[in-house]
Design a protein around this ligand. Sequence first.
Ligand code: ATP
Ligand code: MG
Length: 500
Amino acid sequence: MADTDPLVLAVDQGTSSTKALLVSGRDGRVVARGVAPLGESQPRPGWVEQSAEELWQSVRAAVRACLAGLDDPGRVAGIGLSTQRESMVLWERATGRPVGPLVSWQDQRTAGQCRELAATGAGELVRARSGMPLDPMFSALKARWLLDEYDPGRTRGRAGELCLGTVDSWLLSRFAPDDHVVEVGNASRTQLLNVATQTWDPDLLDLFGVPAGVLPQVAASSGPFPAARGLDPLPDGVPVLAVLGDSHAAMFAHGGWRPGVVKATYGTGSSVMAIGGGTGDSPGLCRSVAWDLGRPMLAVEGNIRATGRTLSWLADLFGVTPEALLAEAGDTPPDGVHFVPAFGGLGAPWWEPDAVALLSGLTLGTRRGQIVAAALESVAFQVEDVVAEVERATGEVRVLMADGGLTRNDRLMRLQAGLSGRTVARSGEHDLSALGAADAAGVAGGLWTFDDLEARPRPAEEFAPSIGAEERRARRAAWHEAIRRSRPGASTKAYERSGG
Ligand SMILES: Nc1ncnc2c1ncn2[C@@H]1O[C@H](COP(=O)(O)OP(=O)(O)OP(=O)(O)O)[C@@H](O)[C@H]1O
Ligand SMILES: [Mg+2]
């Protein structure tokens, strides 16, 4: 790479860390990286919070680390940003100061309100307009909780003194305090946006008690967004060329604008996604706006709450790192142990906020290795449950594209291929959300075109299914039995639909 080539800085603000990549503006190759961790807290059972200020500082730290070896930061021609989705921040417009905590997408504090709303029959309207089932994971009920707590009469909200936003919206407000904007794909995950018209839905705003005045303006994925500021050593004023939801960005980097591409991102949680398709007969899936780079692209998607988080929870419990835990377990089989990581209920395809996490099949001979094996299997089983639903909506899925931190683990990739009976193609780049943000920024900024991206090599390592059909069926049936036990009193409809 010539030292004068322009560069694109990509920032992926994820749940457990912020990653930054510097890519060549000529061919999209990664030339530098930086990462900064991000903490979370659980002040009460089911509550999960992060600090909006710490999150912004983690973005600054990741960018600093990424640009450390760069002689001339002025070569950065533009920025691509991808962000964790659904988490909500409330801040004061005048001061930019957060009001209350950042309520994480993992947070379940609104489960009771969700149940009450469901009992009124509102679920149908919510699904029809937003494309998503009524569930505490989405932002709408978190928005209501923040407003009920900090502006119960909605007077400050109506007077324009407060801003509500997703993580992209919050970060963009750090660049320009007067701008209150959200990218359309992120907005579509709030459950307040009409997925068909890509505008805030007045009936949904009414239902969730959110005045329009506290919400950001919805922008296409290519903006316009405020230029970056405060990302030392980057000079102020570098344009933000594209913003995408993290899962959407990973999809983009897989070349996911093409029909037939199905991907799973293995981060803190997981998202299985494909462009197009209807969800008419797939109530376990969501319809989201993937991105709008000229025209809005819709996607079908299923979300799993705990995949990487299951491993990091176990690692915390045992006082080791996830890497050490996985290394220690080696190839130990689960020996009949099942782990349903429904820490905050179950997401797709069950959408069961009241499901309980459970470990089953323990014997006096059970050791850490078996529990780790069951945790890894839970990741693969959960992902396959959603892939099977996506297959029903979009057609046969022979190859599952894979990315995210947890795909570093070879055993998981082998398990996924075996338990799914599909080829798994692991991306050569784990931090694909960042790369997708860079790819989209390059398109939006005119550095390259979709045709260039089509022609770009996407190195991936393939894992072929190695478990026979009969054994696969038996193991999935045992998993579904464990799922049934974690859903006391629930209908077994979804279970039967995707069972076996
Ligand atoms: N070397 C490793 N081997 C296996 N798993 C790992 C390794 N390093 C990290 N992980 C797992 O990857 C997860 C983090 O992945 P990633 O960085 O993709 O998530 P994230 O971007 O922070 O979250 P999300 O995308 O859900 O917002 C951790 O929960 C951890 O369990
Ligand atoms: Mg991520």
